[in-house]
Design a protein around this ligand. Structure first.
Ligand code: PLP
Length: 425
């Protein structure tokens, strides 16, 4: 994939601020006007991100030029598809600084990656009386698979608390670690509070207690540089669609020794070495975990997205988002009756809030008519909602292409909603 000339310039120039106009030029979807000619302000990036032309082109190229199955076709197009698919694995390894391609399993996304670990690693290594530590800010995807495993094995889920400011209670977490802890499953960045958790420290504590650590990278890998070796985690899960790539593709990073010890998750074609009448042996890593025809086009599209983000610069993206987040919080808090949840000093651009007297669903529908896309609901984090004392929140979530003008559009829309709902409809 070729980066656009504008983004190419930025990479070379190092620490320049992100050229948001140039970035926006890469995203065709952002330029539309909706309803009565309102500019679209897309602020629902934690749910899914938009796709640049570079990614769309990679998908079109695959289908127009070399659509074929991988690993088994003995022809030109099959060779090309296999080469691109495997190059995507190498790009993914580089993107998160994994030791090699054997550490990279392609999945459908974060949810499937975590289920793979809970199923293949968990069913082998978690037993009666063992403990699984999660935090009170986990997405359901990093909680429910562990609950199912715990119920099956008679193991116990322990949930580390969130402090008033939205950070993890590290003292309580340390106190929970024991010889019974098998795994710590923690989100790198909360999709509700924006909190970035101290994953390196958590990994080191977990390791000292003899436990494994899984990091849910769904909201971190798309937004700032993530180095799995530096974090020293055992597993890292993330999704393509939240990082400018297509839906239906994602990644499980795992230490090689663990993948070797784990049993297959799904089985059938592609993941075998030898199939006898009554038993089979498994393919080498990582293919043991990739049964059936993979999602070839979207994996190639995901690698194009990673290359795109690298060409813009992940440091630059993070800096831009942090600045815009601080601006957004300041602006939103000027609105009477609006409360932002989460005050973590280390945070990214997921900003959840409530407005006195307006249900989050009503608010999000109202601002939508003003051209602003935000999310409302429990955000797949019901345990956290209970701790915050609400059943739902509104959430604006930012990405590399968002601008202060869109924050202003949101703020104006909320102020207008305030007047509308206070006068009654
Ligand atoms: N974990 C976190 C923190 C998320 O924000 C999400 C999605 O919103 C997920 C996991 C699940 O990701 P996916 O639906 O792509 O599997």
């Amino acid at each position: 994939m070729k980066p656009s000339s504008t983004t190419e310039k930025k990479t070379r120039s190092g620490k320049q601020p992100l050229d948001v106009d140039a970035v926006r030029g890469d995203f065709p979807v952002l330029h539309q006007r909706i309803y009565d000619d309102k500019p679209l302000a897309y602020l629902d990036n934690a749910a899914t991100s938009q796709k640049p032309s570079q990614v769309i082109r990679a998908l079109v190229e695959y289908y127009e030029e070399y659509n074929s199955n991988v690993h088994r076709a003995l022809h030109f197009m099959g060779d090309k598809a296999t080469a691109r698919y495997e190059e995507s694995r190498a790009s993914t390894a580089r993107f998160i600084n994994a030791p090699g391609v054997r550490n990279i399993v392609f999945t459908r996304g974060t949810t499937e990656s975590i289920n793979l670990v809970a199923y293949s690693w968990g069913r082998k290594f978690v037993g009666e009386g063992d403990e699984i530590i999660v935090t009170g800010m986990e997405h359901h995807s990093n909680l429910v698979p562990w609950q199912i495993l715990a119920a099956e094995k008679n193991a116990k889920i322990r949930m580390a608390s969130i402090r008033e400011d939205g950070t993890l209670d590290m003292d309580e977490f340390r106190g929970m670690l024991s010889r019974r802890t098998r795994i710590v499953a923690v989100t790198h960045m909360s999709n509700v509070l924006g909190t970035i958790n101290p994953v390196r420290e958590i990994a080191s504590e977990a390791r000292s207690a003899g436990a494994c650590i899984l990091v849910d990278g769904a909201q971190s890998v798309p937004h700032f540089p993530v180095d799995v070796q530096d974090l020293d985690c055992d597993f890292m899960a993330f999704s393509s669609h939240k990082m400018c790539g297509p839906t239906g593709a994602g990644v499980l990073y795992a230490r090689e020794e663990l993948l070797e010890e784990m049993s297959p998750f799904l089985s059938g074609g592609e993941m075998i070495s030898k199939v006898r009448d009554d038993h089979s042996t498994w393919a080498e890593l990582p293919y043991k975990f990739e049964a059936g025809t993979p999602n070839i086009a979207d994996v190639i599209g995901m690698a194009a997205a990673m290359e795109y983000l690298e060409s813009v610069g992940l440091e630059e993206i993070h800096r831009h988002e942090v600045e815009l987040t601080h601006h957004a919080i300041r602006r939103l808090e000027e609105i009477p009756g609006l409360k932002v949840f989460g005050r973590a000093p280390e945070r990214g651009g997921a900003i959840s809030f409530e407005v006195d007297g307006i249900h989050p669903h009503d608010l999000s529908q109202y601002v939508d008519r003003e051209g602003v896309a935000i999310r409302a609901g429990h955000l797949c984090a019901q345990p956290l909602m209970r701790r915050l004392g609400v059943s739902a929140v509104s959430r604006a979530s930012l990405y590399l292409y968002n601008r202060p003008e869109e924050i202003e559009q949101l703020a104006e829309a909320i102020l207008k909603a305030g007047k509308f709902f206070s006068h009654g409809s």
